[in-house]
Write a protein that binds this ligand. Sequence first.
Ligand SMILES: Cc1ncc(COP(=O)(O)O)c(C=O)c1O
Length: 372
Amino acid sequence: MDAFKPHLSGLAAYPYRKVEAAIKLDQNESPWDLPEDLKNLALERMRHAPWNRYPDMHAEGVRASVARFMNWPAEGIVVAPGSNFLILALAQAANRVLDTSPSFAFYEGAARVTGTLYTSMPLTPGFGLPVDGLVREMDQGAPGVVFVATPHAPTGAVFPVPDVARVAEKARERGWILAIDEAYCQFSGTDLRPLARGNPSVVILRTFSKAFGLGGVRAGFLLAVPDVAVKLQAMLPPFDVPVHTAAVLETVLESPGRAAEVGALLVAERERVLAGLGRHPTWRPHPSRANFFLVRTPDAEVAWRSLLSRGILVRRQDHLPGLTGCLRVSVGTPAQNDAFLKAAFEAVADPPAGAGLTDAARNRPAPDPTPR
Ligand SMILES: Cc1ncc(COP(=O)(O)O)c(C=O)c1O
């Protein structure tokens, strides 16, 4: 493929494989669909929008709704079909990308796709923000974009504001942009908008895919000072928020309390599941401030298969640095969480046939790729 840029030759697909299961706790989605009345309102809006015409060039209508909801100037808002597109634009714009490790896979993915130099700093023990390492790295070479998710994925850790502020301060001093990804902020009660207000060195990423319950709709947004927003907006294709997405978002933003309510329900469930798992003989859950948590098991493959054999799909994370034996579990509905807890305890008592054997010993090829 000589037509493609050389940096794309070794590019791997995003590390996700769809696996069917009755209870899906592998993508940190909201377990609740949008209520019927809101869906009907959105459909009504959609019906009245002209489908033959292009939508707003830069989602002006949605941006006005986000501006009211977030108390942020519309000129400093960029809306995209998922915050992944905003991450991609940031990586493409950046001289280099700096990340933590482990981290949300698409920060590195976006750097690889765009051929941008990528460096990562390991989290400190106990899943802390490696402030000294990040700041040291930011002192060297050309400035770029540093991604910090808080709550962090996949650990669920919330970083102390002074730690993030130190990175923001270094970004200002050295010409970097700190992208604070608050995809999970409705589950932590944290809000780092104050660090970004009037500050050209900090942008905030938010998504509709989690507490808003709109993973299937694909929408996210970025808050920045207008100068930065205008540049990032110019990097995205025009007319990229379709009329049906706009109809859903504008409807949902008329019920601004909903995401917070979903957040509160899932936080209560998260704490209940973590307390239940605390009594597990061999699995060790990590505390979390997101709508998911890590649980360390003696053998991630055995545990993953045991859960799947009981109809529960979670995500393996044991390939990531420092996460040996770890599974990542999304918080579901109360009934789903009960089923997960039951399966977790049964898994030790009665591992599935073949669990613990290597794929070679089971005489079949290794799964490709291993579901993560
Ligand atoms: C930290 C983080 N940021 C961003 C995203 C992607 O969000 P979106 O669905 O808006 O593309 C995810 C998805 O899991 C995530 O975990």
